[in-house]
Write a protein that binds this ligand. Sequence first.
Ligand SMILES: Nc1ncnc2c1ncn2[C@@H]1O[C@H](COP(=O)(O)OP(=O)(O)OP(=O)(O)O)[C@@H](O)[C@H]1O
Ligand SMILES: [Mg+2]
Length: 458
Amino acid sequence: MTQPTSHLLLVDDDTTWREITAERLKEQGFDVVQAETGEKALELLNQFAFDILITDLGLPGVDGREVIKASRDLYPAMVRIVVTGYGTPRDAVDAMKFGASDFIEKGFPFEALLHRLQKERELRRHASDSAYFRSQLEERHQFGGIVGRSQPMRKLFEMLETVAPSPSTILITGETGTGKEVVARAIHHNSDRRAHRFVALNCSAIPEQLLEAELFGHERGAFTGADRSREGRFEQAHRGTLFLDEVGTMSVGLQMKLLRVLQERNFERVGGNQTIKVDVRVIAATNSALSRMVSEGTFREDLYYRLNVIPLELPPLRDRRDDIPLFARHFLDKFAPGGDLQISQSAMRALMAYAWPGNVRQLENALERAVALGAGRREIGSADLPPELQPRSAALPSAFVELPEGGIDLPAYLTSIERDLIHRALERTQNNRNKAADLLHLKRTTLVEKLKRMGTDH
Ligand SMILES: Nc1ncnc2c1ncn2[C@@H]1O[C@H](COP(=O)(O)OP(=O)(O)OP(=O)(O)O)[C@@H](O)[C@H]1O
Ligand SMILES: [Mg+2]
């Protein structure tokens, strides 16, 4: 079967390199158009829907980032590859944020570029899959089992459509219970690796001295107790996805070994000398700020950039409260399937006002408990929710407040109570306005407003 010609736009101000590369791409059957400036590239993009864009980042005038952004807005399904100078992974990571699908270093062998382009066909096939996903998304507010319709989740879904089919390494950050593993699984199941295994390993759950053997396997007699050889997680995940949870807890020594596998795609088992080659996509997750660990010297910078090719950040639940009703429905269906158990509006208000330090996992547990308590009834009420969600304000007033003989200046009195509670909330949260606002069931902006009016410079 003949394949349709791929139309490629090649943008670089380095004329020699551009012309040589264009020649070689033409030999490989690509239809190549060249642009020496960003302006020219934008003009061409407006006229013609290329399949592939290959661009340098540092162009005079309109730079590569703007070309990428414009092409993404015009043609979401286009393949975008960035060419970077040596040793500037930061720029590449930046470009991925603007919508590049892959990057390659300037001194690469031509074959490496070809290899990436060969994947282009698959990527395009997936792009049409994504159109299908998008239509599903409208219906269910989901991407491969991930629930959400808030602005940050919609953005995440869009990002997932682009990055899931690519082979790049992904780093997912987020507080505990925000759904990092759910996202990792969805990525695997929406990639061309879905027919192979998704292997998950929680790096913090395994003692340091065993972790290496767990990752890379070991030969018989490699250490005391190794009475037979065993394959490690990398081998198990061959052609599939390896999910490394809590990667920040890995020792610096092991980080080094992980870096080597990511770069060279091969390793030896513990106690073995045979080199094993694997094709594994790594998705790492962490709930600690790896960038800070890098500056403190507890996490290798080179590994950080290797892992962080595509960063995905899962916002805490309190920053996407509009997802809570959707989650409530989702978990009610899960724990009381087929039933028509409802949730009262007051219970819903309590759910939406709470700070959820344990995020979605905590919400899920709260609803599981509520379903158990509400069994046999038609509606879950706020009394079925865990104690920390019970409305406390009801217990406050009348017991403490008395009306003095001479009456009271109600507005002044209320203001002083408000001022007092705001001070306490800030004190308890060490002046963290987000957390203080949560404690007071206020929006952060409302709290800031009030502080301004109080003339306090907290
Ligand atoms: N967007 C979501 N849609 C559906 N379920 C979700 C979503 N986010 C989280 N969950 C559910 O919440 C629970 C916690 O999710 P998950 O295990 O992925 O969190 P995590 O970020 O990996 O947490 P930890 O850092 O503690 O390992 C799971 O039961 C998962 O099914
Ligand atoms: Mg997890």
